[in-house]
Design a protein around this ligand. Structure first.
Ligand SMILES: Cc1cc2nc3c(=O)[nH]c(=O)nc-3n(C[C@H](O)[C@H](O)[C@H](O)COP(=O)(O)O)c2cc1C
Length: 198
C-alpha cells in the first residue's frame, strides 16, 4: 500500500477500540481501486469464506454472480447501479451481484431467513477479504428491475446488493464528494445503544 493509500486506511481504522480481530478492524468500504486484479485463487478463498457461513437449516441460500472489467457483463452490472455508485464502481476490477434463494424445496416452504443468511455470508466474505488486503464495497443503490433482468437463476430469489472487490488504489483518482469520504473517519452508534443488558 502506498503512503497516500495507507493514510486513508489509517483515517478509517484508527478510531476503533482495541481487541478486535485485525481483519475486522481493517475492513472498510473503499471507493478507490487499484487496477490490479485479485487472483482467481484469492477470489475463491473469499467465496469459500461465504460458503462456510452459518445458515438457517443449512440451506446455504446465498448466490453470487461476478464479472471482471472490461467484460461486457461487468458493463451490464454497472448499468444497473445508481449514478452515484457507477461514478466510482466503474474502476473496480470485480463487480458482483448477491442474491438469496427464498424457497426451501425439501420442506415445501419459503425461507424467511434467506436474506439474513446472505448478509452473514457477505460479512464473512468481506472479513476474509480484509485478511488478504482485498477490499470492497456493498451497494444497495441499483435499479431493481434492471438488476433482476441480469440474474441467471431459475429458483425463487430475492436480490440483496451489488458489490465490488479489489485492491485499494489512490484516493486522489476520485471526484468529490467521494474523495472527502475516502478520508472521513467512520462513525458508529454507541455500544450502549446497540446492546441492552451488557
Ligand atoms: C446493504 C448495504 C447497502 C449499501 N449500499 C451502498 C450504496 O449503494 N452506496 C454506497 O456508497 N455504500 C453503500 N453501502 C456501504 C455503507 O454505506 C457502509 O458500509 C457504511 O457507511 C459503513 O462504512 P464501512 O463499511 O466503511 O464501515 C451499503 C452497505 C450495505 C451493508
Amino acid at each position: 500500500m502506498s503512503t497516500y493509500v495507507s493514510s486513508a486506511h489509517a483515517a478509517k481504522t484508527d478510531n476503533l477500540p482495541e481487541g478486535l480481530l485485525p481483519a475486522i478492524r481493517n475492513r472498510w468500504s473503499i471507493r478507490s481501486f487499484s487496477p490490479e486484479l485479485p487472483t482467481k485463487a484469492e477470489l475463491r478463498t473469499l467465496f469459500e469464506a461465504a460458503r462456510w457461513s452459518a445458515s438457517s437449516m443449512n440451506a446455504q441460500p446465498w448466490r453470487f454472480e461476478i464479472a471482471f472489467r472490461p467484460e461486457p457483463r461487468f458493463q451490464q452490472f454497472l448499468n444497473a447501479l445508481s449514478a452515484g455508485n457507477q461514478a466510482w464502481a466503474q474502476h473496480a476490477p470485480v463487480l458482483g451481484m448477491a442474491y438469496t434463494l427464498t424457497d426451501l424445496p425439501a420442506y415445501n416452504m419459503s425461507n424467511r431467513h434467506a436474506m439474513f443468511d446472505l448478509g452473514a455470508a457477505l460479512s464473512s466474505l468481506f472479513i476474509q477479504a480484509a485478511d488478504l488486503s482485498i477490499f470492497g464495497h456493498l451497494m444497495g443503490g441499483y435499479d431493481p428491475e434492471l438488476a433482476q433482468s441480469l440474474v441467471e437463476e431459475e429458483r425463487p430469489h430475492e436480490l440483496g446488493c451489488f458489490f465490488v472487490l479489489g485492491y485499494p488504489g489512490m484516493p486522489e483518482q476520485l471526484d468529490e464528494p467521494f474523495l472527502t469520504r475516502e478520508w472521513t473517519p467512520r462513525q458508529r452508534l454507541p455500544l450502549e445503544e446497540l446492546v441492552k443488558g451488557l
